[in-house]
Design a binder for this molecule. Structure first.
Ligand code: SF4
Length: 211
């Protein structure tokens, strides 16, 4: 079976199980989602939601984040890990939004990835959830599952993203990523994937013992 057909089958089955993607982080506008996604690096969504509930109560706009005391930001986001780097990036990102983009989160990849702390993964989450622009989000789950299923052999997220863009129909790029994230959390965990309970096993090289 070629990779395009395999990807289509996997999407169909997983869509049946998990449905259309919904954002897993709490936010009220695009700026809040951007901050939440930056905070979610190496951190659970649950923890990010706890932290942003406190953060967004006091600070809402890019200007307020630009002007807030970095020590206070570090204190609030401490439990998300890498808090020093994240604080620096959030402050710089807010400053750039205010000074270059009139406080508005840009709606395209080229401008999004110029923002400090924003890589292609974060940009694709923003494009998919906020602007309805398809993109393949390659996080740790998408990387692991795409390799196990046999849709790529690449390890570099950007190479994986571009390879998957050739295999998967554009309309399904964002859907595919989200379905794999759900499946990676529920069944195809990093350690001890539950292959016996996996509905896509028949299409998976790892599950079928091919690799
Ligand atoms: S068969 Fe196993 S390795 Fe393959 S997707 Fe399912 S849980 Fe993951």
């Amino acid at each position: 079976m070629n990779k395009k057909t395999k990807a289509e089958k996997v999407i169909l089955i997983l869509k049946d199980i998990y449905g259309e993607p919904v954002p897993t982080l709490n936010y009220e506008n695009e700026f809040e989602l951007l901050i939440a996604v930056i905070l979610s690096a190496q951190c659970t969504d649950k923890r990010v939601d706890i932290v942003t509930a406190e953060l967004f109560k006091k600070y809402k706009t890019p200007k307020e984040f630009m002007e807030m005391d970095i020590k206070e930001l570090e204190k609030i986001i401490h439990s998300t890990g890498f808090y020093k780097n994240k604080s620096k990036n959030i402050k710089k990102c807010a400053k750039m939004l205010v000074e270059k983009y009139d406080g508005i989160v840009p709606n395209n990849m080229d401008d999004l990835i110029k923002l400090p702390g924003v890589g292609r993964k974060t940009a694709n989450v923003m494009l998919g959830h906020i602007f309805n622009i398809p993109g393949v989000v390659v996080d740790t789950h998408v990387k692991r599952l795409s390799n196990r299923i046999g849709l790529t052999k690449q390890q570099d997220p950007v190479k994986i993203e571009f390879e998957l863009m050739k295999i998967i129909q554009k309309k399904d790029w964002f859907l595919y990523s989200n379905l794999l994230i759900y499946h990676g959390r529920a069944i195809c965990t990093a350690r001890n994937p539950k292959c016996d309970n996996c509905k896509i096993r028949v299409y998976c090289e790892y599950g079928r013992g091919i690799k």
